[in-house]
Design a protein around this ligand. Structure first.
Ligand SMILES: NC(=O)c1ccc[n+]([C@@H]2O[C@H](COP(=O)([O-])OP(=O)(O)OC[C@H]3O[C@@H](n4cnc5c(N)ncnc54)[C@H](OP(=O)(O)O)[C@@H]3O)[C@@H](O)[C@H]2O)c1
Length: 168
């Protein structure tokens, strides 16, 4: 939708965890288990809207509590209990602003590709190593710059929380 404008007052962000080959998913699941990252995701997204693809919705299997779950699908008759169903990322943003001033583009690969152009902030978790991913996060580094980061370890995983903002 070339002429779409993000609704006034809506702060649109991405939250994503990505490995060293930009991998984000495998077999419709996240290919690592890092409780500290999941806890951070919960803290950052609580109360806000999450715009996710139908496959990510299926992978999670239930609405994430305390947040407005918005599922994007091309299926006209798709039902998602506990979520709002829309048919584009743009319709997801139009719906999100009715619920909260912050909306997260929540993945997966297809939805990140469609939604990244509307985002001003990326809350990235870098995950060490590669994990045989079959879905990937798009290149974004040319349009964004790092504003803060924090490194930590969990089990065998070295992770780094990195916040990016869109270049002026
Ligand atoms: N590491 C992370 O931070 C993270 C975050 C989120 C997801 N993931 C992973 O990402 C993987 C899923 O990614 P994915 O790319 O395969 O699937 P996805 O983006 O979650 O969902 C794709 C589906 O969304 C719908 N869709 C996509 N573009 C659309 C459009 N323009 N208009 C209407 N509907 C549209 C279609 O649903 P229909 O087929 O129903 O029409 C499509 O099949 C999983 O492994 C998941 O675990 C990782």
């Amino acid at each position: 939708m070339a002429d779409f404008t993000v609704p006034a007052g809506l702060d649109v962000r991405v939250i994503v965890a990505m490995d060293e080959e930009r991998g984000i998913g495998k077999n419709n699941d996240v290919p690592w288990h890092i409780p500290k990252d999941w806890a951070r995701l919960k803290e950052l997204t609580m109360g806000h809207s999450l715009i996710m693809g139908r496959k990510t919705w299926d992978g999670i299997g239930k609405p994430l509590p305390g947040r407005t779950n918005i599922v994007v699908t091309r299926q006209s008759d798709f039902k998602a209990e506990g979520a709002i169903v829309v048919h584009s990322v743009e319709d997801g943003l139009t719906e999100a602003v009715k619920h909260d001033p912050v909306a997260y583009i929540f993945g997966g690969e297809h939805i990140f590709k469609d939604g990244l152009k509307y985002v001003d902030k990326i809350e990235l978790t870098e995950v060490s190593g590669t994990h045989g991913a079959d879905t990937f996060f798009p290149e974004f580094e040319h349009n964004f710059h790092e504003v803060s980061s924090e490194a930590l370890d969990e089990g065998s995983h070295h992770i780094r929380f990195v916040d990016y903002e869109r270049n002026a």
